[in-house]
Design a protein around this ligand. Structure first.
Ligand code: F6P
Length: 553
């Protein structure tokens, strides 16, 4: 039966288009004058504040956007996601990353199969192995305790765990250091291994497919490094003792020589960019302990519950998603910045780039029909105040408007140094969002210059160069304190925001066919470079020829 209270999608979109024309004539600085503005356009949940009062919105905007979510049946899609329905239609898969942070003591209400027993089994394996490493009952081939863990992975098999480690490293085990190696350029591995002792280094190979070129190349090089240093031992014994793997492809990992007890399974329903909650973070658990990781899961679970149970108009991931659509699809802003004002969150933009753009960088709907409107704007970011000495010039006075999510921390629970500068960082952050919103008129520039003693003629000449258009929208997300739990809530917020946008665009956020072709061509190009085959494209062949000319010069 037709959903009678479901507003008509095209009528809503027409109303939003008309509303955008109207509200874009209202300066943000005048919207912000209303005394109730902050109260009406901010939300709190899960230890964070979501302030969207500096956005081009009024109550009518929120009503129309909420109707858009209803017309797109966001709630129905959300419930299908959590119920384990086949939401990833092109790969015929579920997307059950939310099950990974669901309390293991309670059943996960998935319509298909109960994934909780497997999750619980893997969690115990992670917990026990990490404990043994930390306590020294699981040691190296020379019976030394491990001092260094090399996490080898890329994309979703590394970035989220590395971000979590940046935040939690202040609590790491006194003996165990964690290193991340992602890139194909051996420089990174070489620079890392310089600080490691082969006798006491564990290697964790993280790859859902166990076929990613960068990861396997780095893993083989790291094992070679072990073998060359510990010549008294057979390579296969070194692999069995020093190596661990996290993968959906256990067969290949065992064929590589890993002990099956050292292989942690990754389910196929956990997409790479949604897998930080899984065994992918084994190396982190070994470094900082299972309790902090559980806090991280608990934070995400709290956001899941908020997303599942809160009315659309008060639902932080939903409102966040709707505002991103409002700015991208209706204001046509093709960029989006995430600017974390915390050193420990410096990898957050990189993490969100994969989460958002590998999910929503699509141009066809789930049913295969071509989209006629823009989808994911380019998400980028810098950390702390670095951007204020470079790209913020573009943000403030460039010809393009780039909406910003400022991520601020009111307190730093586990990083005392960051806590010492918490107020300084926070003041830098809010001054940027204020300037973007309010701008500075030429009259204000002239007055300011005259007050500094500049004569009126010179002041009028200079003012157009100093004027700031303002009217540049931003959200400010404030973590009450930065810890594992609030980080979990923050990452889950963005996961659900990405999902809601995909539902409204009717796209599949869980596949990533766009990156597959490049991977296949890279193999052909490498073969051609080694003259084992012909790349069959003249301009690319010329690049290969130039490469070889340079080797000879
Ligand atoms: O970029 C494609 C991709 O498959 C990502 O989705 C994934 O996180 C990354 O490569 C690593 O893949 P794997 O875990 O299979 O090595």
């Amino acid at each position: 039966m037709e959903n009678t209270d479901k507003p008509d999608l095209s009528r809503i979109q027409e109303a939003l288009t008309a509303h955008q024309r109207a509200i874009s004539t209202v300066p943000l600085r005048s919207l912000s004058q209303h005394p109730e503005r902050f109260k009406d356009f901010s939300l709190k949940a899960c230890g964070l504040l979501f302030d969207f009062s500096k956005q081009p919105v009024n109550q009518e905007t929120l009503t129309l956007l909420t109707q858009l979510a209803k017309a797109a049946e966001v709630e129905k899609a959300r419930d299908a996601l959590f119920a384990g329905e086949c939401v990833n239609r092109s790969e015929n898969r579920q997307a059950l990353h939310t099950a990974l942070r669901h309390p293991r003591s309670t059943a996960f209400p998935s319509k298909t199969q109960d994934v909780m027993p497997d999750i619980e089994k893997t969690f115990s394996q992670l917990k026990n192995t990490a404990k043994a490493l930390r306590e020294g009952s699981l040691n190296s081939i020379t019976q030394d305790r491990f001092t260094d863990i090399l996490h080898i992975g890329i994309g979703g098999s590394s970035t989220g765990t590395a971000l979590l480690y940046d935040v939690l490293r202040h609590t790491q085990h006194h003996r165990i250091r964690l290193h991340f190696v992602e890139t194909l350029d051996l420089t990174q591995l070489h620079d890392t291994l310089k600080h490691c002792d082969p006798k006491t280094t564990a290697i964790v190979i993280v790859s859902k497919t166990f076929s990613t070129a960068e990861t396997l190349h780095n893993a083989a090089s790291a094992i070679e490094w072990l073998s060359l240093a510990l010549t008294a031992y057979q390579k296969e014994d070194l692999i069995k003792t020093h190596c661990f793997a996290v993968t959906n492809n256990t067969k290949t990992a065992v064929e590589w020589g890993l002990s099956s007890q050292h292989v942690f399974p990754l389910p196929d329903w956990a997409g790479g960019r949604y897998s930080v909650w899984s065994a992918v973070s084994f190396s982190l658990i070994a470094s900082v302990g299972i309790d902090h990781f559980q806090d991280f899961l608990d934070g995400a679970y709290a956001m899941d519950q908020h997303f599942l149970t809160t009315a659309l108009e008060k639902n932080i991931p939903v409102i966040h998603a709707l505002l991103r659509l409002w700015l991208g699809t209706f204001f046509h802003h093709p960029y989006y910045a995430v600017l974390p004002y915390a050193h420990d969150l410096r990898q957050l933009p990189l993490y969100l780039q994969q989460l958002d753009l590998e999910s929503n960088g699509k141009s066809v709907r789930q049913d295969g029909t071509a989209l006629t409107q823009a989808t994911a704007p380019l998400l980028w970011g810098t950390a702390q105040t670095q951007g204020q000495h470079s790209v913020h010039q573009w943000l403030q006075q460039g010809t393009s408007v780039c909406p910003v999510d400022f991520i601020a921390c009111a307190h730093f629970e586990i990083n005392e140094n960051a806590q010492k500068t918490a107020a300084l960082l926070f003041s830098q952050c809010i001054s940027q969002s204020l300037t973007l919103m309010r701008g500075k008129t030429t009259e204000e520039c002239v007055l300011a210059l005259i007050q500094k003693g500049v004569d009126k003629t010179q002041a009028k000449k200079l003012s157009p160069h100093q004027m700031l258009a303002g009217n540049r929208p931003s959200n400010t997300v404030v973590l009450s304190t930065l810890n594992a739990k609030t980080l979990g809530s923050l990452l889950a917020l963005y996961e659900h925001s990405t999902f809601v946008q995909a539902v409204i665009w009717q796209i599949n956020p869980f596949d990533q066919w766009g990156v597959e072709e490049g991977k296949c061509l890279a193999i052909a190009a490498y073969d051609a470079l080694r003259k084992h085959s012909d790349i069959k494209e003249a301009t690319t062949q010329s690049l290969i020829d130039f490469f070889w000319d340079c080797q000879r010069s």
